[in-house]
Design a protein. Structure first.
Lengths: 257, 257
């Protein structure tokens, strides 16, 4: 019973924390230095790892799916680009990119803020009449909202490049055919939904990781626990939000393909 | 500054029980007591890092409500605070840490003036020329001095010290005490300090208050402290394990720290 009660208390605290962070969006936009600094550390610095993992994912998918398709019916490997483009844009790209961001960004944000908490740096901010939420949370949340769609786009491009490499090397698929078939099933609304999904997931990931940092207690061990908690909850949230947002978009678009 | 009827319960324990205290402008008031007895809790109430369950705090005759963010920010410009661990922002250099205080507490000043005040504050704590150093490269004593420079740079009228010499070797402790006294003469500011080192308390304090079982059981000058017949105070300042302060009580308060 205690665990259930504590879960709902935590949920209520997180909700209030999130609402407070949203209040400071106008202030952050007016003084954007912290926002730009966080876009740099969350977004720009994640580009290499997102590109590399996206590329390798594309290489693996191109190789394995190409092999599978050719084993079923010869000469059908060229159609993979169409399946890949839709699945990468709608699901795989957002989820995979978000999980990379969880491992790289959420853990470091929670550790940084958690360390500030246990060493009284957050209290020190208050003594300088600086609101910790407006200084530490809102810029990071906004940076997540802005960065994740861009990172997702880069990851999807890198994956498609990886798949193209495999299909052209092993199955002699012409580049023109790859591109044409990739575009066939893609609709603008898939791209719009994917971007919206990643913006929302990006915001939530940074809300969760900053919240876990603020809740850290009991020194270095507490910061470690907060970091683990942040990564676990964020990872679960990626899958949950992907499902929920996908279902909502499907309902609003009438469930058509 | 006046505290009237301050009460605070933490983790189901009454840490402060109807505390009354008047601190006069320009004096150095030292709060002593066992580890975990609530000294830092009392100090943090003064600057609003903790809010009381009941009671009132008056600063310069004004009743302070720290839940009002506008009043809280205004009142906090009167304070500087030296935290126990320094609470320096380790992502900033020494100079940037001090400038952070000025940027937020004295935003009306020009950049040149802020630079000048930053350099002057480092000279006052006898650490000239280290403004470009990183926080990680500082020794414990240097960190305290830099944190002190940050606390005094905005020329506050009240400076709070949370265990300024804890964790330092005896020579560094003596040097910090000497520095505090010299700053006192130069700045003519009210100092409110929390410590459990009796020797330091008597060296720097104009008046000393001892916190025990939620209340200030002694308030007086260092000479009055030595002469008091209060058995609790005598047991504490003589460092004896036998006396009216029982081992059970000591273990209980120690578990709070």
């Amino acid at each position: 019973m205690d665990k259930i009660r504590n879960f709902f208390i935590d949920l209520a605290k997180f909700t209030l924390f999130s609402i407070e962070s949203l209040r400071y969006i106008p202030k952050t936009m007016l003084k954007p230095y912290e926002l730009f600094r966080n876009i740099l550390s969350i977004g720009v610095m994640s580009v290499p790892v997102v590109t590399a993992t996206g590329l390798f994912m594309g290489l693996i998918l191109g190789l394995q799916l190409g092999n599978a398709m050719e084993a079923i019916i010869a000469g059908t490997a060229q159609y993979i680009s169409g399946a890949l483009s839709v699945s990468l844009v709608k699901e795989v790209g957002p989820v995979f990119t978000s999980l990379i961001v969880v491992s790289r960004v959420c853990s470091s944000v929670t550790a940084q803020i958690g360390t500030m908490k246990v060493t009284e740096q957050i209290d020190a901010l208050k003594t300088f009449a600086v609101n910790p939420t407006s200084f530490l949370v809102t810029p990071r949340v906004l940076a997540g909202v802005i960065s994740l769609p861009i990172l997702g786009f880069i990851s999807i491009l890198a994956s498609m490049m990886g798949a193209w490499l495999m299909l052209t090397i092993f199955y002699d698929i012409p580049t023109s055919a790859f591109i044409e078939i990739a575009q066939l099933p893609l609709k603008v609304k898939y791209i719009v939904e994917s971007l919206a999904k990643m913006m929302i997931i990006g915001g939530f990931l940074l809300l969760v990781s900053t919240y876990c940092g603020f809740e850290a207690k009991n020194g270095a061990a507490g910061v470690g626990e907060a970091t683990i908690r942040s990564v676990v909850i964020s990872s679960f949230l990626v899958i949950l939000l992907d499902y929920l947002l996908g279902a909502i978009f499907l309902i609003f678009t009438g469930g058509t393909l | 500054m006046q505290i009237i009827g301050l009460t605070k319960i933490l983790n189901n324990k009454k840490v402060l029980d109807n505390v009354n205290l008047t601190i006069y402008d320009g004096e150095t008031f030292v709060i002593i007591g066992q580890s975990g007895v609530g000294k830092s809790v009392l100090l943090k109430h003064i600057i609003g890092l903790i809010t009381p369950d009941s009671g009132e705090i008056y600063i310069d005759g004004e009743l302070v409500d720290y839940t009002d963010p506008v009043q809280a920010d205004r009142i906090r410009t009167k304070f500087g605070m030296l935290f126990q661990g320094g609470a320096l922002f380790d992502s900033l250099t020494v100079g940037d840490n001090i400038l952070f205080a000025l940027d937020n507490l004295r935003p009306e000043l020009s950049e040149e003036k802020k630079q000048e005040m930053m350099l002057k504050s480092l000279e006052m704590v006898e650490l000239p020329g280290i403004e470009k150093m990183s926080i990680a490269s500082l020794s414990g004593g240097m960190m305290k001095r830099v944190a002190l420079a940050r606390a005094i740079v905005a020329e506050p009228s009240i400076i709070l010290f949370d265990e300024p010499t804890t964790g330092l070797d005896p020579i560094t402790t003596a040097n910090i005490n000497k520095l505090i006294l010299s700053l006192k003469k130069k700045l003519n500011t009210t100092f409110i300090m929390v410590m459990h080192d009796i020797k330091s308390a008597k060296y720097v304090g104009d008046r000393i208050g001892m916190l025990y079982n939620g209340n200030l059981i002694f308030i007086g000058t260092p000479k009055e402290l030595d002469k008091t017949k209060n058995p609790y105070v005598q047991q504490f300042i003589q460092g004896k394990s036998e006396g009216p302060i029982t081992e059970e009580y000591s273990l209980m308060v120690e578990s709070n720290s």
